[in-house]
Design a protein around this ligand. Structure first.
Ligand SMILES: Cc1cc2nc3c(=O)[nH]c(=O)nc-3n(C[C@H](O)[C@H](O)[C@H](O)COP(=O)(O)O)c2cc1C
Length: 505
């Protein structure tokens, strides 16, 4: 190619580029003009009417702001529901990485309500027990359950979470020796696949064991109970994020398989009633518990978020009246700030008592009515790091459940999209492209490490307080900051009844 050819080529190229540029600018101007007229003539959005075109940027900024805050601006202890420090601990534990920190704590120890543990001058040696002996639930049942782990996986239904997530959790639970709660969506093949011990939850719609009219289908219940892996039955009265409201599974998540497991129509929102149609008071609850336990031969309890504390007296009085053979084998106390797949904000933000208040109430009421020996207490609600788990054990919980801690172990980045089908970590979505990212085998290992590291660090706290193992943690081992320079032991704070037996024997 000679010089003249080359300059001709360059001239043509520049002319084409200039034409393209003018065309693009023309299209841009035309588009902006169209948007301008749409914005000033529409009447729904005041900002767009007053600031045409530019007002639209607000929506983009609002959306992007979430990511900017999470990644760039929020301090380590600032975010809700879980801050970066809490999440980071779980991520490292799940990957079994070193979880020690340099320089000093970033946790502010001054605000009232802060929990502190009371170390002793002479800790129990770290060679002391780390694992605890199994604790039996429902000792008088035909098939009692000896639960080996004090830290377990809380209810999340197949439907709210993906099949890869359920497979990772069920395999991880088996490896860690803890239980997995099915949630209210019925028993799926993925729950069974991993071989873990399972808690079958009976939600208000009784998915999987219902008769379609709100009642119990005894044949289907017996079929579920026939699986040796199913160890416990949990009747769900309420859940912290939405007390007094049934489950909501958005239509996008109701795939043909999920619809078949639950016995509902495909592709339609699935809403369960806001209470069991056949359980209207404490007596009916005890009757229902007795019926499920008799039919299945397995320990049966219920999950509840405490609101009006007088409900506890009603329940305990009903148990005393009806006799111990009708008592629940366990009560799962869920915190008002618990998690959910989808719930109305008004219930999430305003209804129910947080665990810091409800757990001591439940434990003390059981002691007051002489029921503490008979009924195990399971606590759940933002207990995702060892300090919080140790606190619950100190207050008197026998077991701790977590849901969102395990979501973090599976790779959740708190993108707050559980109610859509768009979870970027493949956990709360049924979109196969997004699920592809979640490898159930790798994540089962993370679930296992997370459980093991929680148990390990709770044992470290216990030893520091002079307790031989986590089950020996008592209220005197934990304190709450009351104000500047002042804290009180949980013992002083919650002392309502003799606390000799905070724990069941
Ligand atoms: C995605 C998701 C689904 C859930 N599904 C159920 C459910 O089916 N039944 C139930 O009782 N609780 C359900 N929960 C609540 C949890 O079991 C748990 O009680 C609550 O999140 C508190 O624990 P956490 O703070 O460790 O998450 C769900 C929570 C999440 C995040």
């Amino acid at each position: 190619m000679n010089f003249l050819d080359l300059s001709g080529f360059v001239t043509t190229f520049l002319a084409v580029m200039a034409a393209l540029f003018v065309f693009a600018v023309g299209v841009g101007v035309l588009l902006i003009t169209i948007l301008y007229f749409i914005d000033i003539t529409q009447t729904q959005h005041a900002i767009r009417r007053n600031f045409p075109v530019i007002g639209r940027l607000r929506y983009q900024m609002e959306h992007l702001g979430v990511f900017f805050r999470q990644y760039f601006y929020a301090m380590d202890r600032e975010e809700m529901p879980f801050n970066r420090a809490q999440r980071g601990w779980v991520y490292r534990a799940a990957k079994n990485l070193d979880n020690t920190q340099p320089f000093g704590s970033t946790r502010d120890l001054r605000p009232p309500g802060t929990l502190l543990f009371a170390n002793t001058a002479f800790p129990a040696l770290d060679t002391a027990a780390e694992t605890v002996p199994p604790l039996v639930i429902g000792p008088d049942c035909a098939q009692p359950y000896a639960a080996g782990s004090f830290f377990n996986i809380s209810a999340m239904s197949y439907g709210a979470i993906s099949q890869s997530a359920v497979r990772a959790l069920s395999n991880g639970a088996r490896l860690a020796g803890c239980w997995l709660n099915t949630g209210e969506g019925g028993l799926s093949p993925y729950h069974l696949a991993g071989g873990a011990d399972l808690v079958f939850q009976i939600g208000t719609a009784k998915y999987g064991v219902g008769d379609g009219q709100g009642g119990l289908d005894e044949t289907r219940l017996r079929e579920v109970a026939a699986h040796p892996q199913v160890k416990l039955f949990e009747i769900k009265l309420s859940q912290g994020a939405k007390p007094g409201k049934g489950g909501i599974l958005p239509a996008t998540k109701v795939t043909p398989e999920i619809a078949a497991i639950r016995g509902i129509p495909v592709g339609q929102d699935s809403r369960s009633p806001n209470r069991h149609l056949d359980i209207a008071d404490a007596t009916a609850l005890l009757d229902f518990i007795h019926r499920v336990r008799t039919l299945t031969g397995k320990p049966t309890g219920f999950k509840w978020v405490i609101g009006d504390p007088r409900g506890l007296d009603d329940l305990c009085q009903a148990i005393v009246r009806q006799g111990l053979d009708r008592a629940p084998d366990f009560i799962t106390v869920d915190s008002a700030d618990g998690g959910t797949g989808a719930a109305p904000m008004s219930l999430m933000d305003y209804v129910g008592l947080p665990l810091q208040e409800s757990l001591p109430l439940v434990v003390d009421k059981l002691i007051e009515y002489g029921l503490r020996e008979r009924i195990r207490v399971i606590a759940s609600g933002k207990l995702i790091n060892p300090g919080e788990v140790a606190w619950a054990l100190c207050v008197g919980a026998d077991f701790v459940n977590s849901a969102r801690g395990f979501l973090f172990a599976l790779g959740c980045v708190q993108s707050m999209q559980c109610d859509k089908n768009t979870c970027p970590a493949g956990i709360t979505t049924h979109n196969p492209r997004l699920q592809r990212g979640l490898d159930p085998e790798d994540k089962a290992g993370r679930v296992r490490h997370y459980v093991e590291n929680v148990r390990h660090e709770v044992a470290i706290i216990a030893h520091s307080c002079g307790a031989a193992d986590p089950r020996q943690l008592r209220r005197e081992h934990c304190r709450i900051v009351l104000g500047p320079g002042r804290s009180a032991s949980l013992n002083e704070l919650y002392y309502r009844v003799p606390v000799l037996d905070q724990k069941a024997a």
